[in-house]
Design a binder for this molecule. Sequence first.
Ligand code: VAH
Length: 318
Amino acid sequence: KILVTGALGQIGSELVAKLRHLYGNDHVIATDVRNTGHEITRSGPFETLDVTDDKAMFEVAKRYQVDTMIHLAALLSATAEEKPLLAWNLNMGGLVNALEVSRELGCQFFTPSSIGAFGPTTPKDHTPQDTIQRPTTMYGVNKVSGELLCDYYFHKYGLDTRGIRFPGLISYATPPGGGTTDYAVEIYYDAVSQGRYASFIDKGTYMDMMYMPDALDAVVQLMEADPAKLVHRNAFNITAMSVDPEAIAASIRKVIPAFALEYQVDPKRQAIAESWPNFIDASAAASEWGFKAKYDLDGMTRDMLSQISSKEMLARKA
Ligand code: VAH
C-alpha cells in the first residue's frame, strides 16, 4: 500500500492516478490537507491529512498498513520566499514526520528535491550530480536539508529513501502553485485562450524543464530500481530540456503561428530563477537506474496545446 501526501498538488494529482492504474485503486491512499472534491478524492482511498500532525500521519499510515511513502506536500519556491518561516515549518516539519512514520513502519520512501537545491555558486552548465549546494532561497535550503536528512535516514536506520531533483515540471492536468517555473505552464494556457502571454521570467533565462509524463515515469522507475545499483539516493539530477521563454514561444509558433510573447518580469521570481542552474547533468540517473526522458520541447508543446484545447472545448460545452 502506498501513502501519498500532497496528493492534490501538481505532481500528486497525476502521480496518484498513475500509481492507481499501475498497482490498483485501493493500493494508493491519497492524502492532502483539504478535500477539494478532485477526481482523485473519489477514484480510491482519500484522507485529509496535515503533514505537520505527526500523530495523524502515523494513524493513517498504520491503519492502511502502508509499505511505501511518497511525500510530496510542500510549499514551492516563490511561495516559500514570501512566507519563509511557514515554509520551513511545513516543508521540514512535514518531511521529518514522513521520515519518522516511514522508519517506524519500515516503508520505502520517496520525496522530491529540485534544481532549486542549487545556488549561485553552483556550476550553472552541466551541473554535476555531486557539487556545491548553497541555495539562497528558503525553498533551496529546505531541499538541501531534505536531501541530507533523507541520506541520514538511509545511513543511520537503513531506511530505503530515494529522491529526484526535479526540473520545472510542465503539465495540463493540475496547474502548479507558487513555483518559479510556472511561467512555462501558464504560457501554454494563455497561448490557447488568448494567443499571447506576458512572461514573468525574462528572455534568456534558461532553466531545466520536463513534461509531467516523463517525471511520473521517473518516480516509478527509481522506486522500482535495484537498490544494489544505486550509488546515489537523495537526490538524482534529471532533466529533459533547457529552455528560456523565447524557446518555448518558438515551439508554440510551430502550432500557433501568430502566438505573441511579451515580458512583465517579476523581480522576485526572476532573482530565484537566476540563482538556479542553466542545465544540469543527468548522467548518474541514466547510469544507475536507466533514466531517459521521452518528450523533447516540440513533443511536449504539441501535446500540451492539444490537451489544453480539448479541455477548453469540453469546458465550453459544459
Ligand atoms: C518551483 N516548480 O518552481 C518548482 C520547482 C524547479 C522548480 O522546484 O518552485
